[in-house]
Design a protein around this ligand. Structure first.
Ligand code: HPA
Length: 277
């Protein structure tokens, strides 16, 4: 058996009896956006620490647990806290949680993150629906012998972000009167924020937002055939686009400020996805 698949099944086996239900949607909560999981009726919690062989996040303010709930009747597993490549984990570790949620039964992966806006028409506090991504600056999580149990060796990437899910999010934002930007997310390794020259590079390459997560998870989930969608909270403009130096505090403060709008958008979009997909 493929080693990646073997590890995944071992991980899954160690938690199987403790999973209260089969999720339809897997929601990854980004930096500062995790409080959505504190506001739902929690039906089950799995601490990452309690999962055998599971990578555990070290970033301050990142809780590390799966939260199980229903959002207006839709069974959802949320990741409150994710694992980042810059913490020193392998890419296999970083994408293990997303793969595990697929194993639990999730068909849809809803990715969220805090990101730097590099598009001049964006401002801090905006939301950007991810329409496509550039993952070429981080190692692919699919490198190594292919886990045929999960997906094909060479997988199509024409529509990583599902067009139907994009339309649901677009329509939801319109109905809730939320100004939703759209664009391409580019992942860098971090953990340092970009230099002004790197921000210009991201823009020149076609990126609208830059961050340190998400794209690799989408690569692994696309490989497994999940339907994927994503929203970035533009927590700041890229370095050099304003006079201010960047800090993690600013990122967290902006995410906090817009959290209520984010919760409304994500909750309603998931409700509609449950009905329509
Ligand atoms: N760059 C990279 N990652 C980020 C940023 C940024 O400006 N803001 C939030 N996450």
């Amino acid at each position: 058996m493929n080693q990646v698949y073997k590890r995944l099944t071992e991980c899954y086996d160690s938690i199987q009896e403790r999973i209260p239900f089969e999720p339809k949607v897997a929601l990854v909560l980004g930096s500062g956006l995790g409080d959505l999981a504190d506001r739902v009726e929690i039906e089950g919690i799995l601490d990452y620490h309690d999962i055998q062989g599971f990578p555990v996040s070290t970033v301050q303010g990142h809780k590390g647990r799966f939260v199980f709930t229903h959002i207006n009747g839709v069974p959802v597993v949320m990741m409150q806290g994710r694992v980042h490549y810059y913490e020193g984990y392998s890419m296999e570790d970083v994408v293990l949680p997303a793969r595990l949620m697929k194993m639990m039964g999730a068909k849809i992966l809803f990715l969220t993150n805090a990101a730097g806006g590099v598009n001049f028409s964006f401002k801090a506090g905006d939301f950007m629906m991810i329409t496509d991504q550039i993952a070429s600056f981080v190692p692919s999580p699919l490198i190594g012998s292919n886990a045929d149990e999960l997906g094909p060796r060479f997988c199509d990437m024409s529509h990583v972000y599902d067009l139907d899910l994009q339309e649901i999010i677009r329509q939801t934002a319109r109905d809730l009167d939320i100004d939703l930007k759209e664009g391409v997310y580019l992942q860098l390794t971090g953990p340092a924020f970009e230099t002004p020259a790197e921000v210009r590079m991201v823009r020149a390459l076609g990126g609208d937002a830059v961050g340190m997560s998400t794209a690799c998870e989408a690569v692994a989930a696309n490989h497994m055939g999940m339907k994927i969608c994503g929203i970035s909270c533009i927590s700041n403009l890229g370095c050099g686009m304003t006079d201010q130096p960047l800090s993690h505090t600013e990122v967290a403060e902006t995410a906090d400020r817009v959290a209520p709008v984010f919760r409304a958008l994500v909750t309603e979009a998931i409700t509609r996805m449950g009905k329509e997909c």
